[in-house]
Design a protein around this ligand. Structure first.
Ligand SMILES: N[C@@H](CCOP(=O)(O)O)C(=O)O
Length: 418
């Protein structure tokens, strides 16, 4: 495994310097040498591991270890058997809402800490653990922090978590605290926390577990490996992901390129990244043909009810842009109202998700309406977080006294005459 700058290809000065940006400002990325891999043999091996219940290979991430971190010793793996999440067929109301005929939901929300972060976090924490780190850190809107806190607790290490003091879901902060992390609320957004950690992590002895860490991306690639495996290595036309820090677009894009170049799949699906209108710097950048700087303009005051997407300066935007170009992907943005309506439909289907995840269905509906996606095409929406991650959002949608929300399901008090 080689760790190089994704922009200038400069090699990292050592294996421990993975999360510090390169001198040129670029993020690091992992490069593997897959030469000599036999795809049919690997497929067989991955199938065999589906029978495994107790070894690290029972994890939906480490099942694909050869593609993620082949050199990592098995004894260093820190796993909660993450991944292994269901791929649900959409029911009739979901199909009607989306406006297409073939739709599935990859419920990353069913991970051990309740979000997709676990797929990448197991890889980052395992790597840090193998290097002997005992202090792990992140800036977070809540899911990354809960995931890190869970893995750190699992190995008796310390998690140091920097969370914005406002506009994040309290359930996520409580989950992080309960897992035993040190939680430091601060004035500012996720973006400020990242800048702080980029500057201070070294002197504080932290191993940083945000998605600026390329091992996070390696682990997160397993989401697309697992979808492909579940579909007998035949991917749909579209993969729809929410876009905040853009780690999903980056990881799923990188994973797709692995599968395609190795010959697991023979056609590349298109990725659609859906941002929330109040926090959509990447969508604006991709649509702004006349951008004089050719660089993303950060949003200083991002705000959306989908608090996981409250990010004004997504660190991985350059990587995400390249993968979007390679797979002919597109971006869209949706309003908070569209997000919450889509969430109500997903929740009522029995699948459930947090607001950020519902941006996928809202975006899909918009892209079908605008004829970017044909009703006959097949799509998978990636649901990133569990519905109980943000009960405040549920309360304000369903229980507001002036409720005009079209899919709200109010309480119906009743007097029981017993
Ligand atoms: N929604 C995320 C923010 C992005 O975090 P990262 O792990 O991609 O750096 C969160 O839960 O913190």
């Amino acid at each position: 495994m080689k760790i190089i700058c994704a922009e200038c290809s400069q090699e990292a000065r050592n294996n421990a310097a993975v999360f510090a940006p390169c001198a040129c400002g670029g993020l690091m990325q992992v490069e593997h040498d897959y030469a000599g891999y036999d795809v049919e043999e690997l497929k067989h091996r991955f199938d065999e591991r589906l029978r495994d219940r107790m070894s690290p290979y029972a994890s939906g991430v480490w099942r694909y270890k050869e593609l993620i971190a082949p050199e990592l010793e098995d004894t260093s793996i820190v796993t909660k058997y993450e991944g292994n999440t269901p791929l649900y067929d959409a029911n009739e109301p979901l199909l009607q809402y989306a406006g297409i005929k073939h739709l599935q939901f990859k419920a990353q929300s069913q991970n051990p800490s309740g979000s997709f972060k676990d797929n990448g976090m197991t890889a980052a924490v395992s790597h840090g653990h193998s290097l002997g780190y005992r202090h792990f850190a992140c800036s977070s809107t809540g899911n990354t922090s809960a995931s890190l806190a869970m893995y750190a607790g699992w190995i008796g290490a310390e998690a140091h978590v920097y969370v914005p003091g406002n506009d994040i879901a309290m359930n996520k902060v409580l989950q992080t605290l309960a897992y035993g992390a040190h939680v430091y609320p601060f004035e500012g957004t996720y973006d400020d926390g990242i800048l702080y950690l980029e500057r201070e992590a070294d002197s504080l002895g932290y191993y940083v577990c945000n998605s600026i860490n390329p091992l996070r991306i390696e682990g997160q690639k397993s989401i697309i490996y697992e979808i492909a495996h579940q579909l007998a290595w035949k991917l749909p036309d579209w993969i729809i992901v929410p876009g905040g820090a853009l780690s999903n677009a980056t990881a799923l894009g990188k994973g797709l390129m692995d599968l395609y170049s190795l010959g697991f799949i023979h056609h590349l699906p298109r990725i659609a990244i859906i941002q929330a209108e109040g926090a959509s710097p990447f969508h604006k950048f991709m649509h702004d043909q006349g951008n004089p700087h050719g660089t993303l303009q950060p949003e200083e005051h991002p705000y959306t009810i989908a608090s996981a997407l409250n990010i004004g300066n997504p660190p991985s935007w350059r990587k995400a842009m390249r993968y979007i170009q390679q797979c002919n992907g597109i971006t869209a943005s949706v309003s908070d109202e569209e997000i919450m309506n889509a969430k109500a439909i997903i929740d009522a289907s029995g699948i459930g998700c947090e607001p950020a995840s519902a941006a996928t269905l809202a975006g899909l509906r918009q892209l079908v309406e605008n004829q970017w996606i044909h009703p006959e095409e097949r799509a998978v929406c990636v649901l990133t977080g569990h519905m109980l991650k943000d009960t405040h959002a549920i309360e304000s949608y369903h229980l507001s006294s002036t409720c005009k929300n079209p899919f709200a399901n109010p309480l119906q008090p009743i007097h029981l005459s017993i």
